[in-house]
Write a protein that binds this ligand. Structure first.
Ligand SMILES: [Zn+2]
Length: 346
C-alpha cells in the first residue's frame, strides 16, 4: 500500500509577507520529494476544507468568526508573530480539513500512512486565540473529529516540533481520550511545556511534556522516544496515532536551536510507525507544523516518507546520550510514575 500525501496548491495562498512561515516551505519540500524520486510513489490526496462546525470542536465560535472577519477586512497581524491575509481563513479551514482528510485515508485503509503537507501550522493555536504562526489547531481538530466520527476512545498525539504545542495541550488538558506527548526545547517559544504540567481532572497523566536542552541530537531524541513514548504507548494502546510533525529541531533551522538531522526524523518516523502498527491497526497520520530551513525541511520530510515507504533506515547512531536529556527522561518518569505502571518498573 502506498503512503499518502495530502496537499493542495491553495496552501500557498496564505500570504504572510516577509515571514519565515512562507509558501516556499511547501514548494521546496515538494521539489525535494520529486528530486529524490519519492513523489511518484506517493498517493496524492486532495484535501477538503473543514467546516466551521468541525473547527468548533476545538475553537470557540466567537474566535472562528473573528478570524473570518479579520481576513475579510484584509488581514494583517493577529499578534506580533502571526499574520493573516484575505485568503487565510479559507486556507486555514483547508489545513484543518487536510488533516482530517489524512485521518480519513488511514482509517479507510486507502493508504498505509498519510502526511498532510499544510499551512498555516496549528499546534500553538489556542481554543480562543491565534499565536505562533497558527490560526486553527489542525491536529487538535483532527483528533476531536476522529474521536467523534469513529468513536475512538484513545488517540495518541506525538508532537516532535522544537516548540511546545501549547494549543494542543490546552485543548486536551482535561481529556483522557487524547494522550498528548510533546518533546520540545526547554527554553524556546512559547515558554510552556513544563514537565509538571500533567493534565487536570480526568486528564491527569495524559499530558506528557518532555522539555529538552538545545544540545539535543538524533541519538538523544531516539533515546527519549524509546524510554518514554514506546512504553507509555504500549500501556495506553491508542486506536489512532497522530503526529504534529515540526522539523524545526533540524540543526540548520534559522529560528530554533537543536542539533537534529534528517536521519533523526527518519528514525522518529519509524518509532511512531511501529507504535501505530503494534497498537492502532497501523493508523498513523502526520501534519506539518514547523521547519524553517527550506533545504532542511525538504530533507527531513523526505526522510520521513522514505521510512514509511519501507526503505532501510540505517542504525541509530552510537554514542553517549546527552546528560541533560537523560535527566529530563528521569524527571518525566518520576512525575508520571503515579499515572503509568511502566514508569514504576526500574
Ligand atoms: Zn516549531
Amino acid at each position: 500500500m502506498r503512503v499518502g500525501l495530502v496537499y493542495d496548491p491553495a496552501y500557498l495562498r496564505h500570504d504572510t509577507g516577509w515571514h519565515v512561515e512562507k509558501p516556499e516551505r511547501l514548494t521546496r519540500t515538494l521539489a525535494a520529494l520529486e528530486e529524490k524520486g519519492l513523489l511518484d510513489r506517493l498517493e496524492q490526496i486532495t484535501p477538503r476544507a473543514a467546516s466551521v462546525e468541525e473547527v468548533a470542536l476545538v475553537h470557540s465560535r466567537e474566535y472562528i468568526e473573528s478570524i473570518e472577519v479579520f481576513c475579510r477586512k484584509g488581514g494583517g497581524h493577529l499578534d506580533p508573530d502571526t499574520a493573516a491575509s484575505p485568503e487565510s481563513f479559507a486556507v486555514a479551514l483547508l489545513a484543518a480539513g487536510g488533516t482530517i482528510t489524512a485521518v480519513e485515508a488511514v482509517v479507510a485503509g486507502t493508504v498505509s500512512r498519510a502526511f498532510a503537507l499544510v499551512r498555516p501550522p496549528g499546534h500553538h493555536a489556542l481554543p480562543d486565540r491565534a499565536m505562533g504562526f497558527c490560526l486553527f489547531n489542525n491536529v487538535a481538530v483532527a483528533a476531536r473529529w476522529a474521536a467523534e466520527r469513529y468513536s475512538f476512545e484513545r488517540i495518541l498525539v506525538v508532537d516532535w516540533d522544537y516548540h511546545h504545542g501549547n494549543g494542543t495541550e490546552a485543548a486536551f488538558y482535561r481529556d483522557p481520550g487524547v494522550l498528548y506527548f510533546s518533546t520540545h526545547s526547554a527554553v524556546g517559544y512559547p515558554g510552556t511545556g513544563w514537565v509538571d504540567r500533567v493534565g487536570e481532572g480526568p486528564g491527569r497523566g495524559f499530558n506528557i511534556n518532555v522539555p529538552l536542552p538545545e544540545t539535543t541530537r538524533d541519538i538523544d531524541l531516539w533515546f527519549v522516544f524509546q524510554k518514554l513514548l514506546v512504553p507509555v504507548a504500549a500501556e495506553y494502546r491508542p486506536e489512532l496515532v497522530l503526529v504534529s510533525a515540526g522539523q524545526d529541531g533540524y540543526r540548520g533551522d534559522p529560528i530554533a536551536g537543536m542539533r537534529l538531522t534528517a536521519d533523526g526524523y527518519g528514525w522518529l518516523a519509524a518509532v511512531v510507525a511501529e507504535i501505530a502498527d503494534r497498537h492502532a491497526g497501523g493508523r498513523l497520520a502526520a501534519v506539518l507544523e514547523g521547519g524553517y530551513d527550506l533545504h532542511g525541511l525538504g530533507e527531513c520530510v523526505a526522510a520521513i516518507f522514505k521510512t514509511w515507504q519501507g526503505e532501510p533506515k540505517g542504525s541509530a547512531e552510537t554514542g553517549q546520550v546527552d546528560r541533560g536529556v537523560a535527566a529530563a527522561v528521569a524527571a518525566v518518569k518520576e512525575i508520571h510514575r503515579e499515572y503509568w505502571q511502566c514508569f514504576r518498573q526500574g
